[in-house]
Design a protein around this ligand. Structure first.
Ligand code: ADP
Ligand code: MG
Length: 206
């Protein structure tokens, strides 16, 4: 069941990435090198193409297989970061038990911590983490409070949108946009945009 959930999420993410191609592409052209759309679409394609192999695997096995495959398929700075999310998620406590809101909160928290560890960036550094860190916190708080799924989903989407918007007024400290200094101000970070688009799609597909 949960391995199916992973595939379903990847399919929702892929559709949303493609639907927002020009927006994501435009942002990475403006403050990066323009390949972010290609990188994340390739990531989603890789997971979907892996689906037959994942069938029958436990979530921990499936997430680990995805991490390994993503490492060699997504390029750029985001490849190893996204791969580390999946590898950490594969080791999350209780990942092979039926998934609850707590499981999703825990795997997100572990995955986001791994991205921070790998990339050394944090909140306010104009990266995908400006979406992912607050979303992980919102999930954790909502799951702990026993918030119902619809309310938690809405809160997560709102939190992701606010995090994405917050990157507009920041200067970048990591990735290619860091070379632009003040000139990156006024443009939303592409990784924050794609994270928002993906999270919204996953919540809506649930
Ligand atoms: P590249 O920068 O190598 O072209 P991508 O275009 O695929 O790779 O990804 C760029 C995105 O990766 C940025 O918009 C940012 O959100 C994210 N990013 C870059 N460096 C880091 C980092 N150290 N920690 C977290 N996210 C990062
Ligand atoms: Mg790029």
């Amino acid at each position: 069941m949960s391995t199916e959930t992973i595939i379903k999420a990847a399919e929702a993410a892929r559709a949303a990435i493609v639907a927002n191609e020009s927006e994501i592409e435009h942002l990475d052209r403006a403050i990066g090198d323009g390949d972010h759309f290609i990188n994340i679409r390739r990531g989603a394609d890789t997971i979907i193409a892996l689906a037959p192999e994942l069938d029958g695997k436990t979530p921990s096995e499936a997430l680990k297989a995805i991490a390994m495959k993503l490492m060699s398929t997504i390029g750029g700075a985001s490849g190893p970061l996204i791969s580390s999310f999946f590898l950490a998620a594969s080791k999350t406590e209780g990942i092979d038990a039926p998934w609850t809101a707590e499981t999703v909160a825990r795997l997100t928290e572990d995955g986001v911590a791994a991205i921070q560890k790998r990339g050394k960036a944090g909140l306010g550094h104009k990266t995908m983490l400006d979406v992912l860190i607050p979303v992980a916190e919102a999930l954790k708080a909502g799951a702990a409070a026993g918030e119902d799924a619809a309310a938690l989903g809405a809160r997560v989407v709102e939190t992701a949108a606010a995090g994405k918007d917050s990157t507009r007024d920041l200067t970048a400290h990591y990735g290619r946009a860091a070379f632009l200094g003040e000139r990156a101000i006024g443009t939303v970070d592409p990784g924050a945009m794609s994270s928002y688009v993906i999270i919204r799609a996953i919540v809506e597909a649930r």
